[in-house]
Ligand binder design. Structure first.
Ligand SMILES: [Zn+2]
Length: 232
């Protein structure tokens, strides 16, 4: 797994389409470090930690979750340290775990070919909620850099957490810029809200779960083009 350095504070692992693995983010503080998203499964977490070790980066003390989707959150049971998510994300995870208990894990595997590939060979599906639950905002101080977690309306899910590193002018988006699974259609009203939120964030670069880093302008253009709003 390839780890890409953005700055002396920020790294990420490259996304993979075949197993629908998103980019996993990493913020190194002077005192402790955090990861952005846990990944698709225990295997994804393990490969990410191997990539961190190769770069001599400490394992994350905290993993923050951008939204509840399997490819971002189902590795949570295997992480080092604690996890944090907003209340909606935790409720979605708990509901989904209950549904699989009742209806069987095959229902999850049948959702997409990429899920079958991630869980090939009978890999166990384990869904756990986050250890730390916050509503609205959470500000973290890992030392020498700060991290602000805050919600946004998004066309992707109703539990988006944006993760902002002001000193680096960097924003982790999760999948908030895409539409709903599996049609990827964006609701115009929710997209409009997201555009307003993103415009207020003083970020130069933004990283989504399944994209290369983009400038703020590129992200806004992508969303505005879909809405057919002339870009300013
Ligand atoms: Zn998603």
């Amino acid at each position: 797994m390839e780890l890409i350095k953005i700055s002396d504070r920020i790294w990420f692992s490259m996304y993979e389409t075949e197993r629908d693995r998103p980019c996993l983010g990493y913020v190194r503080g002077d005192n402790w470090s955090l990861a952005v998203d846990a990944g698709h499964s225990d295997a994804h977490v393990e490969e990410f930690y191997e990539a961190l070790a190769k770069e001599d980066l400490p394992l994350p003390s905290l993993t923050v979750i951008t939204h509840w989707h399997w490819d971002h959150a189902f590795g949570m049971h295997k992480i080092h340290g604690l996890s944090a998510a907003n209340g909606r994300t935790n409720r979605h995870l708990t509901e989904f775990a209950r549904m699989l208990e009742k209806e069987g894990v095959q229902k999850f595997l049948d959702m997409d070919a990429s899920i079958q590939k991630e869980y090939a060979g009978g890999r166990e599906v384990v869904i756990v909620p986050a250890d730390i639950v916050f509503e609205d905002e959470l500000v973290l101080d890992p030392g020498g850099v700060s991290v602000r977690l805050f919600p946004s309306i998004s066309p992707h899910t109703d539990d988006t957490t944006l993760i902002y590193v002001p000193e680096e002018k960097f924003l982790f988006l999760g999948d908030c810029i895409s539409g709903v699974f599996p049609t990827w259609e964006r609701d115009p009203e929710r997209t409009r809200h997201l555009i307003s939120t993103l415009k207020l964030v003083d970020a130069e670069k933004m990283l989504g779960g399944h994209w290369l880093p983009m400038t703020k302008q590129e992200v806004l253009e992508e969303l505005e083009e879909d809405m057919q709003i002339p870009s300013v």
